[in-house]
Ligand binder design. Structure first.
Ligand code: HEC
Length: 288
C-alpha cells in the first residue's frame, strides 16, 4: 500500500516538474539566432491567407499548386539554386504522366560523357537528379557576391516553420520604416543603420541583410494553368513545392497517423477484454 502511494506521488511530482518546465519561457520554442542590431528589423514569418492545403491533420497536397511551384522553381530559382535530392521521375507524384516526365527531363541538360569519354552535356533521363546550376562551390560564390545559394531540396526542413518561412522570405524585400531605422541606430550605439553594398534588406531574414536579390514581382512568369502570377501566388506556390521536395511523404504520414490511432484504440479494447477474461474467476484473498 505504502509503495503504491509512494509511486503515485513520485509520478505526480514528475508530471508536475515537467509541466512547470514546459511553461518556462523559451523551453518549447525554437532557438533564435544571436541578436545583432540589425535583428531589430527581423519580422516573424507569416503564413499565407488561408494557410497551405497540407496544413493540419487532414492536410492534402494540391497538385495544381505543386505544379505551379515547380514552374516557379524552373523559371526563376533554378538559375542559382540546385535541387539535388529530387529526381525527374519524382515529378510523376505531382500528377504528370510518364511521357510528360520524360519530355520534361529531356528539356534539362545534365553532365555526361561523349563517345571519347570527354565531359559533355546530355539531355536528362527521368532517373537523373536535378542538375546544379554551377559546376562547384567556388563558381557559385563567385557569381553571388561570395554567398552560397543553398540547395533547396530540404530548405523547408532546415528552417523553423519552413513553408511559411520561404513564403515570407520571398516577399520580405521592403523598405525599413523610419521607426525601424531609429531603433536600429539606438541598438547599434548611435551608428546609422545601412544595408551593406551587395546585400538586400529583407525583413524576414534573420539579420535583415540577405545576399539573394529580390526574385518575385507580379507577372514574372506565365502560369501554364492560367492562374494570375501575383507575387504572393508565386511565393505560396514555390513554398508548397519546396515543402513537397523536403517531405514528399508528408500527407501519407498524416494519413497513416489516423490508422495508427485507430489500431491503438482497438488494441486497447482487446487489452481490456483480455483483462476481464483473465481476472474473471479470481476472487480477492480473504484476510485472516
Ligand atoms: C540570382 C541568384 C538567386 C536566385 C535566382 C534565387 N536565389 Fe535564393 N539565394 C541566393 C543566394 C546568394 C542565397 C544566400 C543568401 C545569404 O546567405 O545571404 C539564397 C538563399 C535562399 C534561401 C535561404 C535563406 C536562408 O534562410 O538561409 C532560400 C529559401 C531561397 N534562396 C529561396 C529562393 C527561391 C524560392 C528562389 C526562386 C523563387 C530563389 N531563391 C532564387 C540567390 C538566388
Amino acid at each position: 500500500m505504502t509503495i503504491r502511494l509512494g509511486g503515485m506521488f513520485f509520478g505526480l511530482a514528475l508530471v508536475g516538474v515537467l509541466l512547470l518546465w514546459s511553461f518556462l519561457p523559451d523551453t518549447l520554442k525554437y532557438s533564435t539566432p544571436e541578436k545583432s542590431p540589425y535583428y531589430a528589423f527581423h519580422e516573424d514569418k507569416l503564413p499565407p491567407a488561408g494557410g497551405f492545403s497540407f496544413d493540419g491533420l487532414g492536410g492534402k497536397w494540391d497538385n495544381q499548386q505543386l505544379q505551379r511551384g515547380y514552374q516557379v522553381y524552373k523559371e526563376v530559382c533554378r538559375s542559382c539554386h540546385s535541387l539535388k535530392y529530387v529526381a525527374f521521375r519524382n515529378l510523376e507524384e505531382l500528377g504528370y504522366s510518364e511521357a510528360e516526365v520524360r519530355a520534361e527531363a529531356a528539356s534539362w541538360e545534365v553532365p555526361g560523357l561523349d563517345e571519347y569519354g570527354e565531359a559533355t552535356l546530355r539531355p536528362a533521363e527521368p532517373t537523373d537528379y536535378f542538375p546544379s546550376p554551377y559546376p562547384n562551390e567556388i563558381a557559385a560564390r563567385a557569381s553571388n557576391n561570395n554567398a552560397l545559394p543553398p540547395d533547396l531540396s530540404l530548405i523547408t526542413k532546415a528552417r523553423p516553420d519552413g513553408s511559411n518561412y520561404v513564403y515570407s522570405l520571398m516577399q520580405g524585400y521592403v523598405e525599413p520604416t523610419e521607426e525601424d531605422l531609429a531603433e536600429a541606430k539606438e541598438l547599434g550605439g548611435g551608428v546609422e543603420w545601412e544595408t551593406p553594398v551587395g546585400l538586400y534588406f529583407n525583413e524576414h531574414f534573420y539579420n535583415a541583410n540577405i545576399a539573394m536579390p529580390p526574385q518575385l514581382y507580379p507577372d514574372l512568369i506565365t502560369y501554364a494553368d492560367g492562374t494570375e502570377a501575383t507575387t504572393e501566388q508565386m511565393a505560396q506556390d514555390v513554398a508548397a513545392f519546396l515543402t513537397w521536395t523536403a517531405e514528399p511523404t508528408l500527407v501519407l504520414r498524416k494519413q497513416t497517423g489516423w490508422y495508427v490511432v485507430a489500431f491503438l484504440l482497438f488494441a486497447t479494447f482487446l487489452g481490456f477484454l483480455s483483462y476481464k477474461e483473465i481476472w474473471a474467476n479470481k476472487k480477492p484473498k480473504k484476510k485472516g
